[in-house]
Write a protein of this length. Structure first.
Lengths: 276, 276
DNA sequence: TTGCTCCTCACGTCACGTGAGGTGGC
DNA sequence: TTGCTCCTCACGTCACGTGAGGTGGC
């Protein structure tokens, strides 16, 4: 019989761990003195503890280990747990590899360009959204801006956020195929009149698994610079564009001509730099 | 200005997260109504939040992020954090790879051999230890057993654990070059007399970085089976033996002839299956 | 007036580490 | 008797999630 200190020294674990496992019922000492509360462990408990430690190193939770250790478990249950764990580890590896690439990318940038910072591209997934909008083919960005102004002044919707969706099948600078309107959560009218020629009608923006987003803060005329940053980031990180661009207008041009627009691009893994 | 719900929906984060970051001072709302406590966020705060989210995805702690965001940080400090993070991720990757191999190994064993379980080999590192022992070259295991019996009966040390260290430079079955004695923590006598011919003297067991251990429970005669299991495990996991074997005797033969012995083998990475 | 949104506590998570304050054993 | 060991609380960790119970805004 070993007292807790000796047993913990042999097993190279803390006394606190042994007390904790006692409390959980995971490894009860062979004997506990009812007077003093002293715990006494037998030599045979060392392999029991080792089994727990091994399962823990595999990354199983103490709750899972308790199931495996207390009642003797079927091979099936053990296989199930290990298969689950395998999938979790593989996921963790993939995530950490992606993380490592991003950290290294930022480090390289500090080395080569100094303080210039990478754009803060955030990946999101979004559900399908109600979109009360009108589609049109417009001559240039100025026309888009005019249309937005028209909508917010003549058909205001305080709960909606102005969005511009660009259908850029083929990029034709003189013919922007866009939809402009409000993204809405909750109940939405079927139509909303802007002028005699223009009526917003309710449609759906499809759900997107992976949306790469970058926020533009500055002049509306400079939004293409942010697009360029986002595009470069995507290329560098092995993503390819996989759908229509969306622009969420969070702040319309103010007195200082400053806008805040979140650019959203649906993306998928490109072929050249597969990461998983 | 956006209320917290709208802002959280746009940014795809929970309201709780925004309140938490407010509390930490990491991202204070542009305006808080002193009457109602309502938080109002400005459009410009979206890129600020995104910056936080990006740094979080790199795996930095909120405390580190706070340092980077609150006061504007030098490139050096950022580089330091990222370099640290890089090392951590690389370590995590190595650990997870090793874990994955072990999980897969156990899964394969269930598939091929059913319930037969792998031995619970535990890796430890130990400091240098005081070893009050006598060295000898003995004819066979029986002689070792006799010597151990002699020591525990004629020179008992309640605080010591009996250990046998085997110097197996060349394996000669008829000439076992061993040291037998007590492993001690704390103060130890310089010598201890067992008989006229045998005196235990104090020496040091060197510290070992990586010790592969496996506990044998059963007959003393069967201890070689446990050695075989440990040896097979080492080979399978790419370790090579790197020092003298130690046997910690946790329980001497009892009425049922059962012993409990922890076998300890110093190991190092073998050449054929490097894991890092 | 009725929902919907927002507010502030406060507990729970996971596996222990780290004291605080007090007692047992040789 | 003096150290050393052991005991039982109980808080802290990290980044929020999840209610509970109550109020503000259109």
């Amino acid at each position: 019989m070993f007292r807790i200190g000796e047993f913990s020294r042999i097993a190279q674990v803390s006394g606190r761990l042994l007390r904790f496992y006692d409390e959980l019922g995971l490894l009860r000492p062979a004997l506990t003195d009812p007077q003093t509360g002293y715990r006494y462990y037998s030599a045979e408990q060392l392999p029991q503890l080792n089994r727990i430690l091994v399962l823990k190193e595999l990354g199983l939770s103490l709750e899972q280990i308790a199931r495996l250790v207390e009642r003797d478990t079927s091979a099936d249950e053990l296989r199930g747990m290990l298969a689950l764990r395998k999938a979790q580890i593989e996921q963790a590896l993939a995530d950490d590899l992606a993380r490592l690439r991003r950290v290294e990318s930022r480090l390289r940038q500090i080395e080569t360009h100094g303080q210039v910072q990478e754009p803060d591209v955030v990946l999101k997934s979004v559900p399908a959204l109600s979109f009360l909008a009108v589609g049109d083919v417009l001559a240039d960005m100025g026309a888009v801006r005019t249309l937005v102004q028209q909508i917010v002044t003549r058909a205001p919707m305080p709960d909606g956020i102005i969005a511009v969706v660009g259908h850029a099948h083929v990029y034709e600078p003189d013919a922007l195929d866009v939809e402009v309107g409000y993204v809405l959560t909750g109940k939405a009218p079927a139509t909303l009149r802007v002028s005699d020629e223009r009526v917003l009608t309710l449609r759906q923006l499809p759900a997107v698994e992976t949306l790469a987003t970058l926020v533009h803060v500055g002049r509306l005329d400079d939004v293409h610079q942010t697009y360029a940053l986002l595009g470069a980031w995507l290329e560098q990180h092995g993503y390819a564009i996989g759908g229509d661009a969306r622009e969420l207008v969070m702040q319309l041009p103010n007195a200082a001509e400053t806008v805040v627009i979140e650019i959203q691009l649906p993306v998928r893994w490109g072929a050249e730099r597969a990461g998983r």
